[in-house]
Each structure stands twice: as structure tokens, then as C-alpha cells.
Design a protein around this ligand. Structure first.
Ligand SMILES: [Zn+2]
Length: 132
């Protein structure tokens, strides 16, 4: 994907799923061996945080779903990682896009292999896991 696509989709999801309340972080596209994405909380170098997306995700719904997961992290800065606050936010957003609720044991994988993503026009798309 191109960085511009990720930034555009960040703003779409922010508007549709988070009421526009998320501050745009620095967004970087970089290959990583083990992670689809990484989120770094705000610090001096990145006042709104740093989000790194792995371009190895070729299917647009894969990176969109991953972006949506990372945006849950951005929305829940008080959560240790995938705890109760994070999980509650997964379920709030999941409720908007028709996902079954998750719990703290599986929210690390949210939205999982049944991801549903919502582009700006409001259309709901399913996504089958087709990654390598
Ligand atoms: Zn996570």
C-alpha cells in the first residue's frame, strides 16, 4: 500500500468509527519481520505517537483491518495492551461494523479473520484471510 492510502483510511475510520476524536499520528510504512504493525505512544520525537505499518500486507482489507486494530490502541492510551479498556473499545467499534463481541483473551487478534471494514461511503465489506 502507499502511505497516502493509509493516511486517507485513517481519516475515514476516524470520522466513521471514532467520532473524529483521534489525533493523526506520524505514519510510517516499513517492512518488519514479525509484526503487521507497531504503535508507539506519543513521546518527544512523535508528539501524536508513531504508527508503523508493514507493507508486506498486500491485500487492502488486511492492512485496513490492521489499521483499525491499531486505531483501537490509539483510542485507548490508558490500556496496558489488550486489556479490558482495549477490549471494550473493540466491541464498541465492532458493534458499529457488525462484528461479534470479543473478550480479553482474544482481543489481541481483533478483528481477526472475519474482519469487516467500512470505507467512507458506508459500505460494509467482509474480508477472508488470504495472506501468505
Ligand atoms: Zn494490538
Amino acid at each position: 500500500m502507499r502511505r497516502a492510502d493509509v493516511v486517507k483510511t485513517f481519516h475515514e475510520y476516524n470520522h466513521l468509527l471514532f467520532g473524529g476524536r483521534l489525533q493523526e499520528p506520524d505514519i510510517m510504512i516499513r517492512r518488519m519481520r514479525h509484526d503487521l504493525a507497531r504503535w508507539y505512544e506519543p513521546d518527544g520525537a512523535h508528539p501524536a505517537g508513531l504508527l508503523i505499518i508493514n507493507p508486506a500486507m498486500k491485500h487492502p482489507w488486511t492492512w485496513r483491518s490492521t489499521l483499525c486494530h491499531e486505531m483501537i490502541h490509539i483510542a485507548t492510551p490508558d490500556d496496558e495492551a489488550h486489556g479490558a479498556i482495549f477490549t471494550a473499545e473493540c466491541n464498541r467499534v465492532g458493534g458499529l461494523i457488525g462484528l461479534e463481541p470479543c473478550d480479553v483473551s482474544d482481543s489481541w487478534n481483533w478483528p481477526g479473520h472475519h474482519a469487516v471494514v467500512v470505507p467512507l461511503d458506508g459500505t460494509v465489506f467482509g474480508w477472508e484471510n488470504d495472506e501468505d
